[in-house]
Design a binder for this molecule. Structure first.
Ligand code: PLP
Length: 402
C-alpha cells in the first residue's frame, strides 16, 4: 500500500446515499396531491402505505405487515399485541440499542437482561438458564449491529421453554440465517427505516407476523380510526370485529410520503445489501490483519448485512482505547466505543438504562463492551475509502496499541 502517513480521511460517516429518482417523483406526486395521511385515499384505492405493507410482507414471506412511525413503536406494539402484560418479564440480550429497552418499558414490562459472548451474540447458555424460570414467557432478541446468533439453537430453546420470540431486525433487514430471513423466525419481527438503517425514510418501522390476532391488535393500536379495512396486508375483518373496542389507539402510523420513498428502495434492497457486504469484507479482512485488532469470526450460516463493523481491542485499557479513538478521529476516522461510562450519540451500554431497577452485573457483557469499537459503513464510501480507513487505523494502532 502507498505511504499514507500524513493522509486524512475526509468523508462523512453519517452520509447515506440520496433518495433515488423514483422515490422523489412519487413523493412529489403525493406532496402535490396533499394526500399524505395513509387513510386519505378513495375507498378502493390502495395508498402507498398499504402497498408498502403488501410488498414487505411478500419480501419477508409473511402474511401480515404494519407500517409504523418507527421501529421502536413497532416493537412496543408487537409486545403489547402479543399479549405482554404490565410487570411481565421480557428476556433481552444486554448488547442492544436504547429503543429496545425503551419499547419493553413502554409495554409496562420488566427487562431481564441476558449476557453475550465474544462474537457479540447472545449467550445461549445464559438464555437457557433464564428461560427455565417459571415466570418468563417473552423474549425480545435484538440482532444488534446485524450479529445473528445461532437461530437453530435459539428456536430450540424457545420451543423447549415455551418462550415467545419477537425479533428486533433493525440491522438485519435483508439478512438470513441458514437461508431463512432474519425476522421470519419469531412470532413477530420489527424493522427500522430510520436514516441509518437499510432503507431510509428518515423515520419509520415495519412489523411483520403470521399471527392474525396479533396483527389485528397492532393495526388498531397503531391508530387505524376504525379504517382497518383499508389495510391490505391484514387478517379478515372478522378478527377485528371481536376486539375493536378493546384496543386503544396509540397513534404511531406511517404516512404515505414515507411509504412512497421506501417502495422503490425495497426493490433494490438485496442489491444494496451486497454492496454493503463488499465494503464490509474489505474492512473485516484488513482489520483482522492489524496487530491488536480482532473482528470475531462469523458463522458461515449467517448471511449478514455489513452496514457497520465492530471490532475488539482485546487486552487494552481505557486510556489506550481513548487515545486510539482520538488519534483515529484526528485523521477523520470516526469510531464509536461501547465502553464509554456515559451514553454518547447512538451508543450506550445497558447500565445506562437505570429506569429499570436492579440491573444485573453481566461480567461478560461488560468485559466485551469495554473493548468494542464500532464503525458505520455508509454506501457513500467506496472500496478505496475502505482501504484508506484501514491504512489510518493500521498506523494509529502501530503507535498506540501495546
Ligand atoms: C435503530 C435501532 C432500533 C430502533 O429503530 P428506530 O426506528 O430508531 O426506533 C432498534 N434496535 C436496534 C438494534 C437499532 O439499531
Amino acid at each position: 500500500m502507498a505511504d499514507t502517513a500524513s493522509t486524512e480521511f475526509t468523508k462523512d460517516f453519517t452520509l447515506q446515499e440520496p433518495i433515488g429518482n423514483e422515490g422523489i417523483e412519487r413523493a412529489m406526486a403525493i406532496l402535490k396531491s396533499g394526500k399524505l395521511h395513509r387513510y386519505n385515499v378513495d375507498p378502493d384505492e390502495k395508498g402507498e402505505a398499504a402497498l408498502l405493507e403488501e410488498e414487505f410482507a411478500a419480501y419477508m414471506g409473511k402474511k401480515y405487515c404494519l407500517a409504523c412511525a418507527s421501529c421502536g413503536s413497532a416493537m412496543y406494539l408487537a409486545l403489547k399485541s402479543a399479549g405482554v402484560q404490565p410487570g411481565d418479564k421480557v428476556l433481552c440480550n444486554a448488547y442492544t440499542l436504547a429503543p429496545v429497552p425503551g419499547a419493553i418499558e413502554n409495554a409496562g414490562a420488566v427487562i431481564e437482561l441476558v449476557d453475550i459472548v465474544d462474537d457479540y451474540t447472545i449467550d445461549l447458555a445464559d438464555l437457557e438458564k433464564k428461560a427455565k424460570s417459571e415466570d418468563v414467557k417473552w423474549f425480545m432478541l435484538s440482532h444488534m449491529r446485524g450479529h445473528i446468533a445461532n437461530m437453530d439453537r435459539v428456536m430450540d430453546i424457545c420451543a423447549a421453554h415455551g418462550l415467545e420470540l419477537i425479533e428486533d431486525c433493525a440491522h438485519t433487514m435483508g439478512a438470513t440465517w441458514d437461508g431463512k430471513k432474519s425476522g421470519a423466525f419469531g412470532l413477530a419481527a420489527c424493522f427500522s427505516t430510520q436514516t441509518y438503517k437499510h432503507m431510509n425514510s428518515g423515520e419509520g418501522g415495519l412489523l411483520v407476523t403470521d399471527d392474525p390476532d396479533l396483527m389485528a391488535r397492532a393495526i388498531i393500536y397503531s391508530g387505524s380510526y376504525m379504517l382497518y379495512e383499508r389495510h391490505t396486508a391484514r387478517p379478515d375483518m372478522a378478527v377485528f370485529d371481536k376486539i375493536k373496542t378493546l384496543v386503544p389507539n396509540y397513534s404511531c402510523r406511517m404516512d404515505n410520503l414515507r411509504a412512497a420513498i421506501l417502495r422503490p428502495q425495497l426493490k433494490k434492497l438485496d442489491a444494496q445489501c451486497a454492496r454493503w457486504n463488499k465494503r464490509y469484507q474489505i474492512l473485516e479482512r484488513g482489520l483482522n490483519a492489524i496487530d491488536g485488532i480482532t473482528c470475531p469470526a462469523r458463522d458461515p450460516r449467517e448471511n449478514y448485512v455489513g452496514s457497520s463493523i465492530q471490532f475488539s481491542l482485546i487486552g487494552q485499557n481505557e486510556a489506550t482505547i481513548r487515545r486510539f479513538l482520538a488519534d483515529c478521529l484526528a485523521r477523520g476516522v470516526e469510531l464509536k466505543w461501547f465502553g464509554n461510562k456515559e451514553p454518547v450519540g447512538f451508543t450506550s451500554a445497558y447500565d445506562s438504562w437505570q429506569y429499570f431497577k436492579e440491573l444485573p452485573v453481566l461480567a461478560n457483557t461488560k468485559r466485551i463492551l469495554a473493548v468494542m469499537c464500532d464503525m458505520r459503513i455508509p454506501l457513500t464510501f467506496n472500496a478505496d475509502d475502505c482501504r484508506l480507513i484501514l491504512a489510518i487505523i493500521k498506523e494509529v494502532s502501530a503507535t498506540v496499541l501495546k
